[in-house]
Design a protein. Structure first.
Length: 105
């Protein structure tokens, strides 16, 4: 089967909103702490509760993460870019950022 590859511009604000949804209600069952930088909201830091691993991201990381989300979790990706995402969408984005997959739930 052939695939069509296309590029999609995702505004920074959509990623920021999705991160906020994650932090406000979607990740604390697996994440000990989360921080988004006030002057640069695409600079984020997450600490896993069980293993204590820490993950840090900058604006340069998000294109790769968003592209991975599109392939690993297309339904959640569609919700995010369609601006109908929720805390679960944010949770999926952060898990894909940290682990490259949905590890929890």
């Amino acid at each position: 089967m052939n695939n069509i590859t296309c590029a999609l511009d995702v505004p920074d604000q959509i990623i920021i909103d999705t991160l906020i949804s994650a932090i406000e209600g979607g990740i604390y069952y697996w994440c000990r702490s989360a921080m988004v930088s006030a002057p640069d909201p695409l600079r984020a830091r997450f600490e896993e509760a069980d293993g204590g691993a820490t993950f840090e991201f900058t604006k340069a990381d998000w294109p790769r993460i968003v592209a991975l989300m599109a392939t690993k979790a297309p339904r959640h990706f569609a919700n995010m870019v369609g601006e109908v995402g929720d805390a679960v969408t944010g949770d999926v984005l952060v898990q894909i950022a940290c682990f490259g997959e949905i590890k929890y739930g």
